[in-house]
Design a protein around this ligand. Structure first.
Ligand SMILES: *Cc1c(COP(=O)(O)O)cnc(C)c1O
Length: 341
């Protein structure tokens, strides 16, 4: 293997030595297979290609200062994948199978887990696709679950920093009773145009309102939203957002710190009352929001006039990252040691 310069890798794709796979056929999951082949052979009529029977997940493995390698809440990713499977009429992946595959693929690719000091991590990507060849629109009978890994760089190269967002009313990423609550590629396909539009105007990302009324906060690009005000952590309750494991963890940590936690509809005007706001997800943990511009009203909701992350977001970020790296005591039992020191 060629030496990787950990400081220069971004959020791209670097092939690694192994990936693990499991096939669902005749109503049952088979044996876990290990392969060095980074391609898959697929019928041109596979349901995943034509009708979007595709689900994915995302989590990370961390090389910790104590020399151990930990993954963060893989049981939560397994549970969410099961929910996605029910949503897309795919066979559920049992939690034990999911976790065994995650552990195996991380161990097999140990040489690709970046050192702690680099701030880089090993991203774990489970992918589930319908593989049956058919042109009729109905669920496949055969499925392939692949889990691969790729090293990814630190999200904040210049340190924890803030970003500007722009509200879009011209695009929806998901419908109230659609697939927004499932982790499927189709939601991302639906967001690419809005994302391109936001980038062209110099924003970090597009910001979504609820699709039906355009009155409430929905999602922050492909991340969950939270706001902080008067000792309260507020995050939207909506049927069209993806239940983020990071957000779930932050809600718990906020409560542990003595903050009130509210999960409810957030009217757009309420943005003016937040002292801090952030986007959260596995990639960045928290990406603090500098401001959210509303092109329709010309209003700019500013959370970080000096461009610096707020104190509560910073504390939450540090707490969660330190748990992931085994630095803080893991009182909730969230981390799983995959490789011992
Ligand atoms: C994956 C994802 C998130 C973040 O979820 P985490 O479990 O925290 O990584 C948020 N929104 C969307 C649309 C996602 O796909």
């Amino acid at each position: 293997m060629q030496a990787i310069d950990w400081s220069s890798i971004g959020f791209g794709y670097i092939p690694t030595d192994y990936n693990v796979r499991c096939v669902y056929r005749d109503g049952a999951w088979g044996e876990i297979e290990t392969t060095s082949d980074t391609n898959i052979s697929l019928s041109i009529a596979a349901t995943c290609l034509h009708y979007g029977q595709e689900a994915f997940e995302g989590l990370k493995a961390y090389r910790c200062p104590d020399g151990k390698v930990r993954v963060f809440r893989p049981d939560e990713n397994a549970a969410r994948l099961q929910a996605t499977c029910r949503g897309l009429v795919m066979p559920e992946v049992p939690t034990e199978l999911f976790i065994e595959m995650v552990e195996r693929v991380v161990r097999l690719n140990e040489s690709f887990i970046p050192p702690y000091e680099s701030g880089a991590t090993l991203y774990v990507r489970p992918l589930l696709i319908g593989t049956t060849a058919q042109v009729g629109v109905h669920p496949a009978s055969e499925y392939l679950l692949v889990i691969f890994v790729t090293p990814v760089g630190p999200y904040f190269k210049g340190g924890f920093s803030t970003n500007p967002y722009v509200i879009t009313r011209d695009y929806d990423r998901s419908a109230p009773l659609g697939t927004g609550c499932y982790k499927v590629g189709g939601n991302y396909a639906a967001s690419l145009k809005a994302n391109k539009w936001a980038h062209e105007q110099g924003y970090s990302c597009e910001f979504y309102l609820d699709a039906k009324e355009k009155k409430y906060i929905d999602e922050c690009g492909a991340a969950n939203f939270f706001g902080i005000k008067q000792g309260t952590y507020v995050t939207p309750l909506s049927t069209s957002i993806l239940p983020s494991v990071t957000n779930k963890s932050l809600m718990q940590l906020a409560a542990d710190m003595g903050l009130k936690v509210e999960r409810r509809q957030i009217p757009i005007e309420e943005l003016a009352t937040f002292e801090e706001a952030g986007a959260c997800g596995t990639a960045a943990v928290i990406s603090p929001i500098e401001r959210i511009d509303d092109p329709e009203t010309g209003h700019s909701y500013v959370f970080a006039p000096d461009g610096k992350p707020g104190p509560v977001s910073t504390r939450l970020y540090k707490k969660l990252v330190d748990i992931q790296y085994g630095i803080e005591p893991d009182v909730h039992g969230w981390t799983r040691v995959v490789i011992d020191a």
